[in-house]
Design a binder for this molecule. Structure first.
Ligand SMILES: *Cc1c(COP(=O)(O)O)cnc(C)c1O
Length: 457
């Protein structure tokens, strides 16, 4: 396909009818079952129906399903059609700049209206709530990537949306807040006086800047207290990994159209969803014997996979959510203020954690400055300004391509461009003016947070 004289093929598009019809569920192909969630108080295995005050039944069923293929409802495919299928792009300018014999491809998830992969699951979650008669969704957001995705999805499915936004971000990062408001969401700075957990924190510290953990507590509380309202989570859970597999399923087809196949697949990991979305569908090929490597990349400042433990832990800071078996730095871990806000989570998706344990996924931790440097190189060659989160995947791809230059290997590298960074220019300004630092998290602090984990095996 690259032989045309007039131009070099850079992008492969699919028609809208080629939006996948089914999601791929890795649970069907696991050699051992996922450890079940555990009740935060009784410490007994959670029964799925105990989640019903928080999530709709359709999503709870997907959370525990072992069916390999799950049909995507037409209304969800229709909503995905606003921006899907997304292009698969060959980064020819970057290859040239690196003088590498490797072929570098990326799946461009930045083309969605909010600018990331997150609406892939937001529209599915909004749909399953809508068909069960729910009228309102609540969630938390840090920098606003997830909140803006859910705001759009609620708009599309005519649901009310309340987003508890970490107060410092609410004040310092107004653009995504405005995006959410344009899409009709109510954005509440957290901690707020609207919930018991918020009031409790404000009473102790009226100036509290908030945290993701506090905002989760507020969002869950307001959902549980209103029978017409449910909560939505943007990563970590099994059903979120499932919804994101549209990324890898499209990429699989696009690679085939190109007549190529990846040797290495790379994604950045916060809660694990964009990585899982691209990589999980390719595990079928790996299990069938193709020598394909999957690499999950995290920040050195929040090293969940490389320095955390595979144990049961809470999803939130307050210790109110069910316990999940996952790689974790401890729910009381407070990550430094690095600029990849979406990668600052103490835990990791149980499915990604198990895939690491099974040896299917390699892990890599990188410093933020080398990632920003790779992002600058990417913007200067391919034009797209990536999200700071995404820059971790780009740096890993660049390292891989440079290794190929040394060895002469013509590897095929595929990474997920999880989002653009047009709302993160403040971070880029800091990078350009030399105000970014690298953090190595001290082992004592990790040990201290891990020591607070609940004694559940
Ligand atoms: C939220 C986010 C991430 C991290 O979340 P995952 O669940 O690990 O994908 C990565 N990139 C972008 C652009 C994001 O918005």
């Amino acid at each position: 396909m690259s032989g045309d004289k007039a131009f070099l093929t850079r992008r492969i598009y699919l028609g809208q009818s080629e939006i996948p019809q089914r999601w791929y569920n890795l649970q069907a192909d696991l050699p051992e079952p996922l450890p079940p969630p555990i009740h935060p108080v009784t410490k007994e295995t959670l029964r799925p129906e105990e989640l019903e005050p928080i999530f709709p039944r359709g999503l709870i069923a997907q959370e525990v399903s072992k069916e390999r293929w799950i049909e995507i409802p037409d209304a969800v495919r229709d909503a995905l059609g606003l921006w899907r299928p997304t292009p698969l792009v060959r980064a020819r300018n970057l290859e040239k700049e690196l003088k590498t014999p490797a072929r570098i491809y990326f799946k461009d998830e930045s083309v969605s209206p909010p600018g990331s992969h997150k609406p892939n699951t937001a529209v599915a979650q909004a749909y399953y709530n809508k068909v069960e008669g729910i009228r309102q969704l609540t969630t938390e957001t840090g920098a606003g990537q997830w909140g803006s995705s859910l705001a759009l999805a609620c708009r599309l499915f005519d649901l009310e949306c309340t987003v508890y936004m970490v107060r410092v971000s609410y004040e310092q990062k107004p653009y995504r807040r405005t995006m959410m408001q344009l899409w009709g969401a109510r954005v509440v700075p957290s901690p707020s006086s609207e919930t018991q957990s918020g009031r409790h924190i404000l009473a102790a510290d009226p100036q509290c800047p908030g945290s993701l953990g506090i905002a989760i507590s507020e969002a869950v509380e307001s959902a549980v207290c209103n029978p017409e309202c449910r909560y939505a989570l943007g990563s970590v859970l099994n059903h979120v990994m499932l919804h994101q597999t549209v990324i890898g399923l499209e990429a699989e087809k696009q690679m085939e159209l190109w007549g190529d196949f990846p040797d290495v697949i790379i994604g950045c990991v916060g809660g694990g969803s964009n990585f899982a979305g691209l990589a999980f569908p390719f595990i079928r090929h790996k299990v069938a014997g193709r020598p394909i490597r999957l690499v999950a990349v995290e920040p050195r400042a929040c090293p969940t996979l490389t320095r955390g433990q595979y144990r049961y832990d809470f999803g939130d800071t307050a210790g109110q959510t069910p316990l999940l078996k996952m790689h974790t730095l401890g729910h009381s871990f407070v990550p430094p203020g690095i600029h990849a806000g979406g990668l600052r989570y103490h835990g990791m998706a149980p499915m990604v954690s198990l895939a690491v344990k099974l040896g299917w996924v390699e892990i890599l931790a990188l410093h933020q400055r080398e990632c920003f440097e790779a992002a600058r190189l990417f913007a200067a060659t391919e034009g797209i300004i990536p999200a700071p989160e995404t820059s971790h995947a780009i740096r890993a791809a660049v390292l891989e391509a440079l290794r190929c230059r040394e060895t002469g290997q013509e590897k095929c590298i595929l990474f997920n461009l999880s989002g653009h960074g047009v709302c993160d220019l403040g971070s880029y300004e800091k990078y350009l003016t030399g105000q970014l630092d690298d953090y190595e998290y001290p082992q004592e602090r990790i040990d201290a947070a891990l020591a607070e984990l609940p004694p559940v095996e």
